[in-house]
Design a protein around this ligand. Structure first.
Ligand code: ADP
Length: 399
């Protein structure tokens, strides 16, 4: 069975074509600058040089039709005809309160996605555009939505209700939803496999740390708490997002500098976090370089990141009465040994102890067990694979 996985951003469209029989990725790529004067497409196949072009991509439909052309192309393609695609799986950030698990996207589901665009203005419209483009170009092929939020349909009300007048939840569905669920679900399942135990017997804390970062506590197979909230803005400090902050700071800046709500959104989303504090970059590699060269604000940003992760992990250990494993994943989690070392330093009270050499020399892109011999809690690096998870859910739904 061949499954196409689509992840649509506001001006981008990522794709991967899976052969589910072998689990292989046949082709993958990225369309960028959709809607701009000149687009970019990068198309990759295992064992071949990547193909790059700069076509005009007026909308997501144009990008998708180019992708379908490429994957069936005589020279650059990997299948003969688009009829070989049996289903499309879409990454959808927000499934609201209705879409609690991966679902086939019919009229009712699409209508619901439109109805929650208000609470998901950044990620909702591009996801809808991707689904609509696929429905148009592949009308007979089932479309499946895999929602980042659905992993959190199990979190209890005392963790998802915001401490505001209750009517805001009733009127606008303002609550904590949680994001990155597909990644946390994938690495949690991998962690259980590695430990050779059923998920239902394990307490696992997963740290997905990339440009956007979130930490999730999964108790006996069900998400219990997570650091992202109403939007992917909550929780720990991120590349350009502030993470959790005293809410009055925002209203104070808005009043004092006459900043509008939209401008404030932009400040906390794009100009804050590691970039805002360090003044150097949103990329940990560049921030470490600056910190090593003596830049104090760069060091401060990294200290804040490490401390935020410690605090959240500590709070989940309290909520779950301990844990069996701590997992690092995504760009920073998989690659930044110094952040992992900082997070795990002086955590032996909780049974967290890593082998510094194993941590430093952990092979990239692979599973690594970095637990010290006398560490009571397992500490793993597990590469995430959201696309595979989406393909798997899609396969299960259309089978
Ligand atoms: P996204 O959230 O966009 O999917 P990724 O998970 O790819 O992001 O993570 C990107 C981030 O990972 C970069 O901004 C950088 O901070 C970090 N990163 C990637 N590679 C390394 C590395 N070798 N060392 C340290 N940090 C890294």
């Amino acid at each position: 069975m061949k499954i196409l996985v689509i992840n649509s951003g506001s001006s981008s469209l990522k794709y991967q074509l899976f052969d589910m029989t072998s689990g292989e990725v046949l082709a993958k790529g990225l369309c960028e600058r959709i809607g701009g004067e000149c687009g970019i497409i990068t198309h990759k196949r295992p064992g071949h040089e990547p193909y790059k072009a700069e076509p005009v991509l007026p909308d997501h439909g144009a990008a998708l039709s180019l992708v379908l052309g490429l994957i069936t192309d005589k020279e650059l393609g990997v299948i003969e005809h688009i009829d070989e695609i049996e289903a499309v799986g879409h990454r959808v950030a927000h499934g609201g309160e209705m879409l609690k698990s991966s679902s086939l996207i019919g009229e009712k589901e699409l209508e619901y996605l439109y109805s929650i665009v208000d609470i998901n203005p950044l990620h909702g419209p591009p996801a809808i555009k991707g689904i609509e483009a696929c429905k148009k170009l592949l009308p007979k092929v089932p479309q499946v939505g895999v929602f980042d939020t659905s992993y959190y349909s199990t979190i209890p009300d005392y963790t998802y209700i915001c401490p505001l007048p209750y009517e805001y939840y009733e009127k606008y569905k303002i609550r904590r939803y949680g994001f990155h669920g597909t990644s946390h679900r994938f690495v949690t399942a991998e962690c259980a496999k590695i430990m050779g135990k059923p998920l239902e017997e394990l307490k696992i804390i997963t740290c997905h740390m990339g440009n956007g970062s979130s930490i999730t506590a999964t108790k006996y197979g069900k998400a219990l708490d997570t650091s992202m909230g109403f939007t992917p803005q909550d929780g720990l400090i991120m590349g350009t997002r502030s993470g959790a902050i005293d809410p009055t700071v925002l209203t104070y800046i808005m009043k004092t500098e006459n900043v509008s709500a939209q401008e404030m959104d932009d400040i906390i989303n794009r100009k804050s976090g590691l970039l805002g504090v360090s003044g150097v970059s949103n990329d940990c590699r560049e921030i470490w370089e600056a910190a090593d060269a003596g830049n104090k604000r760069a060091k401060l940003a990294l200290d804040m990141l490490i401390n935020d992760v410690k605090k959240i992990v500590g709070s989940y250990l309290a909520e779950m009465n301990g844990a069996d494993a701590l997992v690092f994943t995504a760009g920073i989690g998989e690659n930044d040994f110094a952040v992992r070392e900082g997070v795990c330093r002086d955590m032996d009270f909780f049974g967290i102890k890593i082998d510094e050499e194993k941590n430093k020399n952990a092979a990239r892109g692979e599973f690594n067990d970095i637990t010290a011999p006398d560490g009571k809690m397992k500490v793993f690096i597990i590469p995430t694979d959201e696309e595979y998870m989406i393909a798997k859910d899609t396969q299960n739904l259309v089978k």
